[in-house]
Structure formats: C-alpha cells, structure tokens
Ligand binder design. Structure first.
Ligand code: ZN
Length: 116
C-alpha cells in the first residue's frame, strides 16, 4: 500500500518533470536562468584579472582571480571550476565565473560554460 503510493508519487513527479522539459524553449531551466541572471547583476562590479601561466604552455589558459568585495576566488573557465565551490556543487556557473567570463569576453552563457 505505501509502496504503491510512493511509486505513484515518483511516476507523477517524473512525468511532470518530463512535461516541463519538453516545453522548454531555452537550454537552461527557469531556475538556472534565474540564478544566472542574479549572478550577472550581482557580479557587474567584481574585479577579475587573468592569471598568466607560470610557464609557457601550448594549452590555452583561462584562469582568473575574481574579487567580490568580500573574498578572492580563483576561476578556471576551461575546467569549469571556482574556488568558492558553487560551480561544482550546483552545476551552474557562479558569480565569479560570470565575472571571469565577462572579462574574457565570453558572452555566450551556453550549456558548455554552465556545465559542471
Ligand atoms: Zn565562485
């Protein structure tokens, strides 16, 4: 009896998620878009500077130091990491990553930059 109720709940929830996903017209969910919009507004004045590699490397370096007026974080746009940990935990670029992306002239916040 309880097992059937749980199974019914899970099936309804998955069906609702599937229906919502098929109705999306953007790459991101409404929650991810809201969060990213918030980070874009909040990080407008954050200071980001590119960190040059210590040794010459054939691999492109996209590592930035971002100061948010409280702390400094290190963002690696290639590896999709930030020292604050939010990018890794949420799977959505944090404000530091958005500030670094702005600095590096990445204007497309598509799925590749947002993926964890
Ligand atoms: Zn961060």
């Amino acid at each position: 009896m309880i097992t059937e109720a749980i199974l019914d709940y899970v099936q309804r929830t998955f069906n609702e998620c599937r229906l919502m996903a098929t109705s999306l017209t953007t790459l991101l969910t409404p929650y991810a878009e809201m969060l990213l919009h918030k980070w874009m507004q909040k990080s407008v004045r954050w200071k980001s500077t590119k960190i040059l590699p210590a040794i010459l490397s054939p691999l492109p370096s996209d590592i930035y130091r971002v100061f948010d007026f409280k702390k400094t974080c290190i963002v690696d746009l290639n590896c999709h990491t930030c020292s604050c940990g939010k990018w890794h935990i949420l799977g959505i670029a944090c404000g530091h990553a958005v500030a670094a992306s702005r600095h590096s002239n990445i204007h497309e916040y598509g799925s590749d930059i947002l993926s964890g």
